[in-house]
Design a binder for this molecule. Structure first.
Ligand code: U53
Length: 387
């Protein structure tokens, strides 16, 4: 692979092994008056247009662009179907900048044909805390592919971020480009096996009937952790301390600079993010677990249009085992009518997958840092979850 674009970028090259004692920027910060002032050029007939997510109509234009043109699995069985509320949540974080919701419109009909998003996120990489952005929702309309639009989007968002004094980014992708800092694997826990078999995501194993399969995945109505309840705003100060302490064990982790940032990420929002805390009899929060809702369009299926998937987000098992806490999140996701519970093998997750009946998926998720070089990480060193 020549990586025509990525070989021009400040990222480790594929054949480079970064030694363990190296953990630093690849290029030095650019003096702000030296950052390119004018936007990069788009192909003729297209123009830059920030997407104002507070404007219902524009939020729906972004929803429609993504639901029709965003990431599909290799077999084109599913396409992510992020909801409008989810996009607002993921992109309008505390301190967000409207110019980082970077769209491309056709001059002819004003249609939104491409997008790339950035949100501010302080990230700790080993022992260094760096102000970065997270890049997400890079999407080019199917009819505009192979016209080298994505490299222009990446250069333009880099420019818009650099001009604010930020020179590093974190992002994930299902594709391999120079150069992953870690390679994680998706795992899936069936909640509604009949539907997953109907859409041909799962299949009946030779020795099992449908009835036996349903029984295998059946979950209780109640959680094992009895005092587990929905998180609320007043829990934020305790969850902030609990999560901040717990994240210290990982080599890549988010740094929450305020309780407001953590509140935005974790206070429950129906249909978007679900969080639960275990509070003991002294009012102390000892554990918490969260997951987010990311449905997928089932492509080309008549009866099932959508798969409702929950994705494990952040958790701290303080008084119970991760196995019990994550099993409780399965019970809670099942109660919310999700069809499947997805999780990556980062944090402590891999240890509990087999006991909790997760199956290994066939998709990898690569973690990337932009303009930063450091030693590769095992998935269990990753404590950063991107939506
Ligand atoms: C039934 C379980 O569904 C998925 O795992 C799923 C759903 N939609 C996708 C859309 C695009 C897609 O592109 C890689 C993958 C999926 C996947 S597998 C990877 C996500 C997880 N876990």
């Amino acid at each position: 692979k020549s990586f025509q674009f990525w070989s021009t970028q400040p990222v480790p090259q594929m054949d480079e092994t970064v030694p363990a004692d190296v953990n630093c920027a690849i290029e030095e910060n650019i003096a702000l008056d030296k950052v390119r002032a004018e936007p990069f050029s788009l192909p003729a007939g297209f123009r830059w247009s920030n997407v104002d997510l507070s404007d219902e109509e524009q939020l729906n234009e972004l929803y429609n662009l993504l639901t029709r043109n965003y990431v599909e699995d290799d077999d084109s069985m599913f396409r992510f179907d992020y909801s409008a509320d989810f996009l607002k949540w993921a992109l309008q974080v505390p301190g967000f900048r409207p110019e980082w919701h970077c769209g491309v419109r056709a001059d002819s009909n004003n249609r939104l044909l491409a997008f790339i998003g950035a949100v501010p996120q302080t990230v700790r990489v080993y022992d260094k805390t760096v102000n970065m952005v997270e890049i997400n929702f890079l999407c080019v309309h199917k009819n505009l592919r192979s016209r080298r639009v994505a490299p222009v989007l990446i250069r333009e968002i880099t420019r818009r971020v650099n001009v604010t004094g930020i020179f590093q980014a974190a992002f994930t992708a299902g594709i391999v480009i120079p150069k992953p800092v870690s390679v994680c694997r998706y795992y899936h826990r069936s909640l509604n096996p009949r539907k997953l078999i109907d859409v041909r995501f799962s299949h009946l194993s030779a020795k099992m009937t449908m009835a036996r399969t349903i029984k295998l995945y059946k979950l209780p109505e109640e959680t094992a952790t009895r005092n587990l309840r929905e998180m609320k705003s007043t829990d934020v100060p305790q969850v902030f301390k609990l999560l901040t302490t717990s994240l210290k064990q990982y080599s890549l982790a988010p740094v929450y600079n305020s309780e407001e940032e953590l509140a935005h990420a974790l206070v429950p929002k129906k249909g978007v993010v679900y969080s639960y805390v275990a509070e003991n009899q002294n009012g102390k929060i000892t554990d918490f677990v969260s997951f987010y809702s990311l449905p997928s369009t089932v492509m080309g299926h008549t009866t099932h249009k959508t798969i409702y998937a929950a994705y494990l987000y952040y958790y701290v098992a303080g008084s119970v085992t991760p196995k019990q806490l994550i099993n409780d999140s399965l019970i809670l996701a099942n109660r919310e009518k999700f069809d499947v519970f997805n999780a990556l093998d980062l944090m402590h997750n891999e240890k509990i997958f087999s006991d909790l009946k997760f199956g290994k998926g066939d998709g990898n998720l690569q973690y990337y840092l932009y303009n930063w070089k450091c030693a590769d990480m095992k998935p269990s060193q990753i404590g950063l979850v991107l939506q």
